[in-house]
Design a protein around this ligand. Sequence first.
Ligand SMILES: [Ca+2]
Length: 226
Amino acid sequence: MCPIERFQWRVTASYYMCWYTMKSEPALEHLSDKCDNFAACLDPYLGPNNADNRADDATPYGCALYSFCPDPCCPIKHLTRPENCWNNRDNPCFGANPAGQRECVVNRSQNIDFTDIILNRWNVSCSCPQKGFEWSSFYGLCVDVDECVTATHTCNPEREVCLNLPGGFKCACKWGHTFSAKTRNCTPSDALTHLILQEEEAEEEAPKETLWEKFVKVFKGFAIGD
Ligand SMILES: [Ca+2]
């Protein structure tokens, strides 16, 4: 195999090994003595152990990540302290966050698309100091958490509807419900209850009427304060 073929094979094999790592293939959880951190050829100054903190076989998948995947959090070839990564301008969490809150994390489960791996498109997570915001790899900044979509709101589904707001959410009374000062809850609206009762009465009086006729009758009765 000529050098270029060896290079291509290595790169292609790495795509797959990185992909299996991201998919948490059990065989790659620990590589034991195969971890590059213990290879004898990496760093002529530091010896057999190149002391890169990312090449840690004790951390599940740490060694596989180090050996097969680029590090989107720390595009630094040799890293001995994680702080050196967080305070580096190439850290994707650097720009949007103040010092001390720039920790960058690669969540494997969010990087399992094979095409994205080949195209070097990664999802990373940064901390967001503002409450109710989360990191978006797509936009590269902290965005509001939509509690209504993520079902992390505390609204009562029977009586309330969730309204998403920047940094939080509010619960409003659901359709046909109004706030009761007495119970401090959303309760069925008196107007709607009245309308329904009228409809039921109209149904008893004229069972042969069409639904539309009944509605018009009920609505007219309600409108004039019957
Ligand atoms: Ca929100």
